[in-house]
Write a protein that binds this ligand. Structure first.
Ligand code: SF4
Length: 320
């Protein structure tokens, strides 16, 4: 496998301005130096609590928001330096599936219009070509082409997410950022949509970045997992290894909350004390030190770098 996407030291800081002249007095460090790569054809999950910067990372990679700093290489090209024409092409290669399919679909548009929009913006298709492409997209996500003239409110939540997926597929992308794509759906429907996404990945050779806070979903869908805390990746590992033996104390705490199917297996639940610190004013040193049960002096002042400690396993912690 080779990397389709490489992200180096990506940052997204939101300035805090105050006073009459809107002077910048600080910054909310939503993403603060994320480095990771995504292999072609794999699913990399990005997990963490709400506010850890996982969605902002996905949006900054796609340039839906402009990063403050860092590099994003897609198929070897730095997307932050692409001229307008290449950026247009890049936009067709990378797509996004959003969390709330109802909010991300225009309620005044039929499915047909929703799917037509990207096709007409990027390709010159004749009327018949457009019609057959829309029929094809609907079939591929398990919807009937007869439903093309319906509006979003006429569909169930799962069907609406299928429309969102069809829209993301319209331009034959290579890479899709899936931002909590099933968290708004009933559990019974989640499995259907996840299965569909896996089938589509195989059928079209897609690469996914799968953003989620739900570890059971992540275990099911991903090949590797990046764990984020306060805007940084603190651990990156193959999914099976992470679920067998988490290394970073924060990952251990997250994992301890995952239910075990075997009632004979006793697992210690690690409850994290305190809240996630304010990203406006993160703690010095290791940003997790205010909640870590293994904290030592060094942790309060020295930032632990994300380092490879065995093939494919990276962790940012002074214990390793
Ligand atoms: Fe805990 Fe220190 Fe490791 Fe941070 S660096 S996770 S505070 S042991």
């Amino acid at each position: 496998m080779s990397a389709i996407l490489e992200v180096r030291n990506l940052k997204k800081h939101y300035p805090i301005r105050k006073g009459l002249f809107s002077k910048q007095v600080g910054a909310v460090k939503a993403v603060d130096g994320v480095t990771l790569s995504v292999e072609r054809g794999e699913t990399l999950a990005v997990v963490g609590e709400s506010g850890c910067g996982k969605s902002t990372t996905g949006r900054a990679i796609l340039r839906l928001i402009e990063p403050t700093d860092g590099e994003v290489f897609f198929e070897g090209k730095d997307v932050r330096k692409l001229p307008p024409e290449e950026l247009r092409r890049f936009r067709t290669d990378m797509q996004m599936v959003f969390q709330d399919p109802y909010a991300s679909l225009d309620p005044r548009w039929t499915v047909q219009r929703t799917l037509e929009e990207p096709l007409l913006t990027h390709h010159k298709l004749g009327k018949n070509e457009l019609k057959s492409r829309i029929e094809e997209l609907m079939e591929v996500v398990g919807l009937s082409p007869y439903q093309a003239h319906r509006f979003p409110h006429e569909f169930s939540g799962g069907q609406r997410q299928r429309i969102g997926i069809a829209r993301a597929l319209a331009l034959n992308p290579k890479f899709i950022v899936c931002d909590e794509p099933v968290s708004a759906l009933d559990v019974s429907i989640q499995a259907q949509v996840l299965n569909l996404m896996q089938d589509l990945q195989e059928q079209f050779g897609l690469t996914y970045m799968f953003i989620s806070h739900d570890l059971s979903v992540v275990k099911f869908i991903s090949d590797r997992v990046a764990v984020m805390y306060l805007g940084k990746v603190v651990e990156l590992a193959p999914t099976s290894e992470l679920f067998t033996e988490a290394l970073h104390p924060y990952t251990k705490a997250l994992m301890s909350a995952v239910p075990v199917p075997d009632p004979n297996v006793q697992k210690e639940r690690i409850v994290l004390g305190g809240d996630v610190p304010n990203p406006e004013n993160p703690p010095p040193g290791c940003t997790f030190h205010t909640r870590c049960r293994y904290v030592k002096d060094e942790c309060r002042s020295v930032i632990p770098e994300l380092r490879e400690i065995s093939p494919g396993r990276q962790v940012a912690c002074h214990l390793y």
